[in-house]
Design a protein around this ligand. Structure first.
Ligand code: FAD
Length: 429
């Protein structure tokens, strides 16, 4: 486990973030939730105050226009920002722009950084990430069908995507397309920057998700690309680098999501505890019922486990590690805890928990999607188990302290002591 201390600097930043959440975000949540013209104006106004406070774009470093100080510091701030679905937009660190900024910062050419990264981090434009397709499994992107065919100095892109979050009103997308169908599966794809106004880009519709259509940033769009011509200079990295870069993007993107979920869990937990103490039934508060006490205890333990897993993964990323196992482990584990904690909080609130008088209903809807986006639970479990079992197949063990395989001691294969291990069948009872 990496070192997880909160520095005095981060502690002070958290106080300032908390203050902005109290003053700017919570009192305006109902207005932000309306998603109308007034909302857009309000977001602009609130963003100006976050910028003035020096807390803008905390996911990325000052060299790219943000106020970031690495992943661990961001985890501590983002668990506060994540408490409201709207706060990431107000602080300039919303998905998918944060992940796209990460790609352009790490792999963009100087020209790409100037044209796309700078206005993105400044909050002047939004972007989308266009990978998933309705016709084939998004869990196994080697089967994606969208193509980009080279014609002189251009790519010509044809394909059909969906769940391109935030595409409505975005300035550009990063599109995953097959550029070399004959290459080995993980070298077939490239990531290409596509300005949204390019002829042939059609936002077919914003897909309602659990009944919510969204607007602008909060949409999940179906997009068609028909003969879309963009310069080869819009390729991010080299042609064929699409998967490698997707891994680089999705790793940080996933941990950013989990940090936000930490905020959602803690908010639901606080609502649950406060209401359980207040609401009376059968001669006393709900908090006096053992079932509710178990929910409180289980939630407290699970939330802290998620925090520690997240901070550990963040610390490893700060040290230059890809933290693939740690990120996958916390992605599926935290998605379940997020769901369970919100579900318990809804249950404690009774019918009230499903109404617009509580933030829980909206949180619950968002939590369901968490088990799917950026890879479903099952795929992340596969990543973790594959890596761990590979170590054992090679005669090694999984070293949790180091987060990787370590040469086995040989004891694993030792024959049992005479009479079997203690506790096995035959133990005197
Ligand atoms: C709210 C939301 C926002 C999204 N935003 C974006 C975005 O901005 N850009 C983008 O490109 N995509 C986005 N997605 C798409 C998301 O990444 C995909 O839905 C996800 O990768 C799964 O792909 P799929 O939907 O095609 O499901 P499939 O790949 O068809 O999988 C269906 C189910 O099969 C099961 N499964 C798959 N593989 C395995 C396995 N190995 N073992 C056991 N079971 C398995 C899982 O239960 C999975 O849920 C978003 C999705 C949601 C819900």
């Amino acid at each position: 486990m990496a070192v997880l201390a909160m520095t005095p600097e981060v502690r002070e930043l958290r106080m300032r973030v908390r203050d902005l959440m109290d003053r700017l975000v919570y009192p305006n949540e109902a207005r932000l939730e309306r998603e109308d013209d007034e909302t857009e104006a309000l977001v602009k106004e609130l963003r100006a105050q976050v910028r003035a406070a020096g807390l803008w774009a905390p996911h990325i470093g000052p060299e790219a226009g943000g106020s970031g100080r690495g992943f661990v510091a961001y985890a501590f701030l983002n668990e506060l920002i994540g408490r409201s679905a709207w706060a990431p937009l107000v602080f300039g660190c919303q998905a998918p722009d944060a992940g796209n900024a990460e790609i352009l910062n790490s792999f963009g050419t100087p020209d790409q950084r100037r044209r796309w990264l700078a206005p993105l981090v400044a909050g002047d434009v939004r972007s989308f990430f266009s990978m998933t397709e309705p016709e084939v499994s998004g869990s196994d992107p080697t089967g994606l069908r969208t193509t980009a065919v080279r014609d002189g100095d251009d790519w010509v892109i044809d394909g059909h995507k969906w769940f391109s979050s935030g595409a409505e009103g975005a300035a550009f997308g990063i599109v995953m397309a097959v550029t070399d169908p004959d290459a080995e599966p993980h070298r077939r794809m490239s990531q290409i920057i596509v300005p949204a106004t390019t002829p042939g880009v059609e936002i077919v519709r914003a897909i309602p998700v659990l009944g919510h259509r969204g607007r602008g940033w909060s949409t999940h769009c179906e997009v068609r690309y028909t003969g879309v011509r963009v310069p080869v200079a819009n390729t991010v990295g080299e042609p064929g680098d699409g998967f490698r870069i997707a891994q680089k993007r999705l790793g940080p993107g996933r941990i950013h999501h989990v940090m936000r979920w930490l905020g959602q869990m803690q908010r639901a937990f606080e609502l649950m505890c406060a209401y359980a103490l207040e609401r009376q039934a059968f001669g006393g508060p709900l908090a006096a019922k053992q079932t509710v006490q178990s929910w409180v205890a289980d939630s407290a333990a699970e939330i802290q486990a998620c925090r520690l897993l997240t901070l550990d993964a963040a610390a490893r990323i700060d040290q230059g590690d890809e933290a693939r196992v740690e990120i996958s482990a916390v992605k599926f584990y935290a998605a379940r805890v997020l769901h369970d904690v919100i579900d318990r909080a809804v249950q404690v609130h009774g019918a009230l928990g499903l109404t617009d008088q509580s933030p829980l209903a909206r949180m619950y809807v968002d939590a369901r999607a968490a088990r799917l986006y950026d890879g479903p639970d099952e795929v992340h479990r596969m990543v973790v188990s594959r890596r761990v079992l590979r170590a054992f197949e090679q005669g090694e063990v999984w070293d949790f302290a180091e987060g990787g395989p370590r040469g086995g001691s040989g004891r694993l294969k030792a024959s049992p002591p005479e009479g079997g291990f203690p506790g096995a069948a035959g133990t005197p009872g």
